[in-house]
Design a protein around this ligand. Structure first.
Ligand code: URA
Length: 292
């Protein structure tokens, strides 16, 4: 593929990703536009010499495509019903971690080298950051937000005057959604998130944070349910409730990685200032002015 076409398609992909983060779930593309893309792709492909007619060679069986090679995924059962035992937070969280790490549905949906990702941090945390699903780095580490997006999240937490160990970080999904592409992540489906939701609810019930921060549109759909009318541009910076805990919606750190504008960083920072006020964290003048 020519560099120019590759760059143009990448720009389109980035824009579509930005829209997804904003809450768009579908786009309408004119047939004439699709035709332009098809023509561009076709014209960028190297011309093949017509194959010389060969003496009746038996056709080689085609190797199975990636899609056909992909193992059939088990369909999801009903979401788990949990009866959290009595005890202190540490003991209850350990009980839950054990349940999640041994969840047969989670295990059946893992990539070959992947791990179930429970979540981690301070069981006494006031702040609970909730992402959508583990990515490639997280499924290997078995920990949430350890890749590039995680490093950005760490910066945000540090800006709030906290260390990662002082908050709790988890995802709606406890496994990385499988897909057939060689790289990238697939956003979880609503069914997948609904299956995992009781685990997240139990984490929140045990930890009892003062605030939950939902990171990105997919996490919001997992927590509040899907809403085609919802737009991140409208709901970010607003307070909602999840399981009677105040819920602040903000952009996903990976959106910030792709969209390095000061305006977007300031928007996220203003959301975090609201969160800091809600949990009575001290805010210096310097902190108030970040990204202005
Ligand atoms: N993105 C998420 O939503 N969660 C992770 O753990 C990593 C990336």
């Amino acid at each position: 593929m020519s560099v120019k076409l590759g760059e143009r398609l990448q720009a389109v992909e980035e824009e579509l990703r930005r829209w997804r983060e904003e809450g768009e779930t579908a786009v309408f593309v004119e047939e004439s536009t699709l035709q332009v893309v098809r023509d561009l792709v076709r014209s960028s492909q190297p011309k093949r010499e017509p194959a010389a007619p060969s003496a009746a060679k038996p056709a080689k069986p085609r190797p199975p495509s990636r899609v056909r090679k992909a193992a059939a995924k088990p369909s999801l059962p009903e979401p788990p019903v949990l009866a959290i035992p009595d005890g202190d937070k540490t003991m209850r969280l350990e009980w839950l971690r054990d349940r999640v790490l041994n969840c047969s549905t989670c295990l059946a949906n893992l990539n070959p080298k992947g791990k179930v990702v429970f979540g981690g941090g301070d069981s006494e945390a006031d702040l609970f950051f909730c992402g959508e699903a583990p990515g490639a780095d997280e499924e290997i580490a078995g920990e949430p937000f350890v890749g590039a997006a995680g490093q950005f999240l760490d910066k945000i937490i540090k800006g709030m005057g906290l260390a990662r160990e002082q908050v709790y970080v988890a995802n709606v999904m406890k496994w990385r959604p499988q897909h057939d592409n060689p790289y990238g992540n697939r956003p979880p489906t609503q069914d997948e998130m609904n299956f995992c939701l009781p685990y997240l609810k139990a984490q929140i019930e045990i930890i009892q944070p003062k605030v939950i921060v939902a990171l990105g549109a997919t996490a919001v759909s997992g927590l509040l349910g899907p809403d085609p009318q919802r737009r991140m541009g409208k709901v970010r910076g607003q307070w909602f409730e999840f399981e009677e805990v105040p819920l602040m919606i903000t952009f996903h750190p990976s959106y910030l990685l792709r969209n390095e504008s000061k305006r977007t960083k300031r928007q996220v920072w203003e959301d975090m200032l609201q969160v800091m006020e809600q949990v009575d964290l001290p805010i210096s003048e310097r902190q108030r002015d970040f990204y202005t």
